[in-house]
Every structure is written in structure tokens, then in C-alpha cells.
Ligand binder design. Sequence first.
Ligand code: RB5
Length: 149
Amino acid sequence: MKIAIGSDHGGFNLKGEVIKYLEQKSIEYKDFGTTSTDSCDYPDYALKVAEAVAEKEFEFGILICGTGIGISIAANKVPGIRAALCHDTFSAHATREHNNANILAMGERVIGPGLAIEIVETFLKAEFQGDRHQNRIDKIKAIEEKYNR
Ligand code: RB5
């Protein structure tokens, strides 16, 4: 499994904690930045990670900003991306099973590193259930196509 990870300055420290976890578990990853807590723009990192996931270079992406909101909104503009903002393990599990989410977004200013790591672990372990859920994802894709995104 290969993970693309990125954050803005607001998510930089939590990104470091998540990277430590990925390394401990020997999960392959690429860090798309940012590289410090200097102020930057979350859409830049959302785009890098979302494009890498949409192009299937990576199975999943992890995006972190202060709230997780801006970076997930931006990532969801890339066709084929289903970025889910999760601050609890139930949602992390459900979004893989039902939405086949391919990016997990979190907010460093919202949750602590302990919960964040549990959310990452849950997200990566859960599996898409297909069936009726695939039909709904096909309808999401139809919306993308309708607006020619
Ligand atoms: C940066 O200050 C902050 O706006 C950003 O990290 C994020 O929370 C936006 O949604």
C-alpha cells in the first residue's frame, strides 16, 4: 500500500506524527509537503496529493490542515477524488465501507495525535463494501461528468 500525504502549515505537526506512524508500520508513503510551519496555501497541497491519488500512483491520500475543511474541499475538486473529513473512528470506517473514500482529511486544530493515528489506522484497514454503495458512487461520478469537471 502506498500513501500520498500532505498538509499546509496548520497541519504540519500532525503530518509529522502520522508519518512516524506510517514508518513504524512500514507503510510506504510520499510526503508532498509542506515542509515547515511557515504560512502557505492548503489548495496547493490538496492538489498535489489529490492528483497523485486520482492518477492511481497511490492507493490512498492523507491531507491535514488546521480544520481539515479547506484541504478536503479543495481535494474534492479533482475528478475521481472522494476526500472524507473524519474526526472519529466510526466515520473513518464508514467512509471506506460506504463511500470508498480515497483521501482521509483531518484537522490538527481539532483532534490530538492519539485519536488521529487511530483514525488513520481505521481508515486504512476498512474495506469498501461495493454493491448498493457502488451504485451511489456511480451517481457521484455522473455529477462530475454533468459539470464536465
Ligand atoms: C490556516 O490558517 C487554516 O485556514 C487552514 O489550515 C485550514 O484550517 C483551512 O480550512
